[in-house]
Structures are given as C-alpha cells and as structure tokens.
Write a protein that binds this ligand. Sequence first.
Ligand code: GLU
Length: 468
Amino acid sequence: MTNVRTRFPPSPTGYLHIGSARTALFNYLFARQHGGEFVLRIEDTDRERSTDEAVKVILDSMEWMGLDYDEGPFYQTKRFDRYREVVEQLLADGHAYKCYCSPEELTEMRETAMANKQKPRYNGYWRDRSDPPGEGIEPVIRFKNPTTGSVVIDDAVKGPITVENSELDDLVIMRSDGTPTYNLCVVVDDLDMEITHVIRGDDHVNNTPRQINIFKALGADLPIFAHLPMILGEDGKRMSKRHGAVSVMQYAEDGYLRDALLNHLVRLGWSHGDQEIFSVGEMTKLFGLDNVNSSGAVFDVKKLDWLNQQYIQNASTDTLATGLVEHLGKAGVSTENGPAPALVADLLRDRAVTFAEMAQGAKPFYQAPTEYDAKAVKKQFSAVTAEHLQLVHDKFAALPEFTATAIDACLQASVAELEVGFGKIGLPLRIAVTGTTASPALDQTLAVMGQDRVLGRIKTAVEYCRSL
Ligand code: GLU
C-alpha cells in the first residue's frame, strides 16, 4: 500500500461530539497501524457557525484523548485562494459553469419539480447556455455533474454502493459571494493533503458520489472511502443529549479515563472476536476496516461505566493520584494539608466508577464534616455514644503507631470492654470522621486519615453527642 494518510476534519461549531471522536480515533488508529500520517483539518468555511472557542474545544479534546496528529491543524478559511484556483480550472476545463438563476427562479424550479412528484433539484438551466445573463446578477458556479452512467462507491465498510448520475444535480461549488462550498473544499483538501483513506460517519455517504465526480473531473485518483455506522442511543435512536453526555470534554470533566473512553469508542462499530478490553497499543495493532460493522453501534453508558471501573481498578497509583487531585481541585478541595492522595486513591479504587465519584468519596480525608447525616445521627448518636466514642478516642490517642492493625485491635478491645456489638462503635465512628455511614473499610480509612485528624473529629462528635 502506498503511504497511508488519513484525516479528521471537524467543523468547529460547538463541542466535539462523541461520534466525531470515534471518527477521529478510527482515522488515528488506521494511520498508526500502517505507519502512515494522520492529518487534522478544521472545516471552518461556515463563518457564521464556526467559532474560535469551538476550535479550542477540538484541539483540547484531541489532546485529552491523546490522538496526536502528524500534520495540521489546517484551516479551510486560509485556503480560499486555492479553492478559487481549482474552481477556475474546472471552469476552464468545461467541468463547471456559471449559473445566473435568481433565488425566485430557483424556488419556482423546486416547486415545479415537486408538483411533478420529482426531487426538488436544479434543472441544469445554465449548463449549456451562451445567451447573456440578466443584469446585475452575480452568478454561482455549479459543477457539471455527468448526466449519464453511475458512480460506484467501493466502500470499505458498506461494500459497493451505486448511485445513478441522473439522481445528482449540478452542485453549487462556489456561491455568488465567492465562497467555496463544502463538497468542493473537501475534495481539494483531500487531494492536496494526499489523503488515501476517507474514514467518516455515514451521514456523509450522500456527499460521496458528488465528491467522486469532482475527483474524476480533476483527473485525480480516488481515495478509499469507509463510512462508519451511526452511533445510536440505547433506544436505537440516533445518539443525542437525551442518552447522556455527547461532548468528549464532558467525559473528561466527569472523571472518565481517556483510555476507558477510547476503549468504549473503538467498540462502537468495530470488534475483535468477543474481546472487550483494548489498550491503545492493542487497538493500534488489531484495528482494521474489515472488522467494522456496517449497522448502527449502540452507545451504552453502563458499559462505559463498567469499562471505566476496570481501568480505575487497574490504573497505576500515580495515575489515580493525579486524577484524584485534579478532580478534588475541581470540587474546590485542596489536598495540601491532608493524607497523600496516592493512599486515598488506592483505598477508593475499588469503589469508584469515575474520578468525580472518587473525589466525592475522598472529600472527608481533606475536610472535616461540616454536618452529620441527619438520619444517621438520629439512629446512631446519643449521650451513650459520647461515652463510647470517648473511650475509643483515648485508646487511639495512646497508640504509638496509627496503623490499620493497631486501630482494629483498639476497636475490638473497646467492643469487648463495653460489651456492645461492633456496629455500636463502628457506625458512630464512621459518622464522626466522615459525616456519613458510607466509607471503605473503617480501620484503613482511619489509618489513611491519620491519628491527629481522627482524634480531632472524634472529639467534635463527642461534644456533639453530649449536646443532644
Ligand atoms: N466537516 C465534516 C463534519 O464535521 C466532515 C467532512 C468529512 O469527513 O469529509 O462532519
């Protein structure tokens, strides 16, 4: 195979959609697997809808996902001269023509077609005309689509797709204000950037025959086209906000690991036997267009959660600690004057689905409870509890080393001495240190929290219980 070159050309009109991220990933993997290049192109010709903010979101999303590109970002708005040059060439070669139809004439044309139960389309009025145009009308430039024969897309995912040329009308390639249109820009860019494989969502499959005809008119070889199946929500409808977050950065924000998200994305339409977990290295080795499914792929948030949990459980302590600090920071919690985040992260790794959840569970390690869970207080706190907690406090205070084993021994001794069940001490103690009854193993929680912090919090709870 010649040197493989793929591209990812998002339009910067909002957040980076999860479907676009899947397209980016497939293009990235395909290029990497073949030792080729991956190009990033920003399709910003729609000046009204494109924003700098959205460009930044694209660049940030690519960086967060770790999808490094070898070339770009190229901006279509910087290439207008080149598009004009190609339009001139198409005009000169007889593959394009000026159309002077007024908006009213075009509306009439559409209405007549519809009245005759035909597709509303341009009827080629100016295609072969040489009579002078009306005064003061700036023409658009249309591509002279072949009128006979058919176009075959030899789609690497969907197989051959044949479209009759008679179905395609003469597309506007340059508007009357001189701005080029999407289908022209894409072809010129894919040509100039020497793209060998166009891998994109199947919402573009209708554009492809038109683009193929332009490629041919320019005497160019065709890239290989691969149209990826649509991403669906669990109800089988096109994935939208109703089904969960659709923006890549929202997943980063919510504390998903990039490897888990990429793992989830790669399985949207691609499979390798029944394997579910793929590292980026593995996907790069195994990915192929031949194993891309042509029917819709379901985005199941529960599956992503499961994957994320797997990745959290198996992540290095460093990765977890970094993620935890970042997400605690977002929640306004500093880890500076508390236990080492690595210890907290390791303690919580089996319980958290996301970093956001982990940060929530880690808060008590860095912030004393400002209030106690009301229901728990009602059930577990009383004047007697104060005495129980005081005993535990004094035993803890005497410990030379505040380890989980020593803590556990203290708790057992207190239970024996007070002749109560473990819950009578364990539950109030949890409330005293975390504010709620939910936390990982108590002895470990306390050990990680540290002796001084634990003693201080028990004291506060004792006073609180006495005041009841
Ligand atoms: N800019 C187009 C989009 O964001 C992509 C076009 C293409 O892949 O050819 O949908």
